[in-house]
Design a protein around this ligand. Structure first.
Ligand SMILES: O=c1[nH]c(=O)n([C@H]2C[C@H](O)[C@@H](COP(=O)(O)O)O2)cc1CO
Length: 149
């Protein structure tokens, strides 16, 4: 009898990207995304993005320590999910680096957001941009995305 190979699916490692110095007004949304991702079976490597005490913790780090840590986490990630409603240099940079790595990138934003053409007009096949109007819709998009990984 032929032996059946069982392919075990590992929890996908996700880099959650959200504005920090660009403004923390959507912190509650980042926290919701973190919870939705973990609940969907993902491991969020950049959990600090959703940490309300981030400023205090990061202030003990040098700029290069922050950069090195984040690039290290991105290198280990299977996909990147970015909330792009609040414009942020760091989020744009991380999206670009993730696309360079050819990992799937999902950008999410509120319907009324003014999102850069560098995201909306980017034809890279690894990039998907979607809008959400409430938490239920956001959760649905996240669960569906995780299932594709
Ligand atoms: O202290 C930090 N810690 C940190 O992890 N980042 C990373 C993760 C976020 O997805 C992104 C936010 O960039 P910005 O600070 O330009 O809004 O950069 C950015 C900063 C500050 O620029």
């Amino acid at each position: 009898m032929k032996e059946k190979k069982v392919i075990e699916k590992k929890d996908p490692k996700i880099f959650l990207s959200g504005s920090i110095r660009g403004g923390r007004q959507l912190l509650e949304t980042y926290r919701f995304m973190y919870d939705a991702l973990e609940e969907a079976g993902a491991e969020v490597l950049s959990w600090h993005v959703a940490d309300p005490d981030l400023e205090e913790n990061e202030s003990k780090m040098t700029e290069q320590e922050i950069y090195d840590r984040d690039m290290g986490l991105l290198a280990k990630s299977d996909a990147l999910i970015a909330e792009v409603t609040v414009p942020s240099t760091g989020v744009g940079y991380e999206i670009c680096r993730a696309l360079d790595r050819k990992i799937p990138v999902l950008c999410l934003h509120r319907p009324d957001a003014v999102v850069s053409a560098m995201v909306l007009g980017n034809p890279d096949p690894s990039l998907k941009v979607l809008t959400y109007s409430n938490e239920a819709a956001l959760n649905k998009i996240i669960v569906k995305f995780i299932q594709t990984l």
